[in-house]
Write a new protein. Structure first.
Length: 40
């Protein structure tokens, strides 16, 4: 039972990390695009 809980939390953490990484990438791209627009 304990192992199943740990496995589930590990999978959830992996999914959360992937979502956070995806958000960070899109946020970074947005900032780069925004600074490019304001600079020109």
């Amino acid at each position: 039972m304990r192992r199943a809980e740990l496995l589930l939390s590990y999978e959830q953490r992996a999914v959360a990390d992937a979502l956070i990484a995806e958000f960070d990438d899109s946020e970074e791209a947005f900032c780069r695009q925004w600074t490019g627009l304001t600079r020109s």
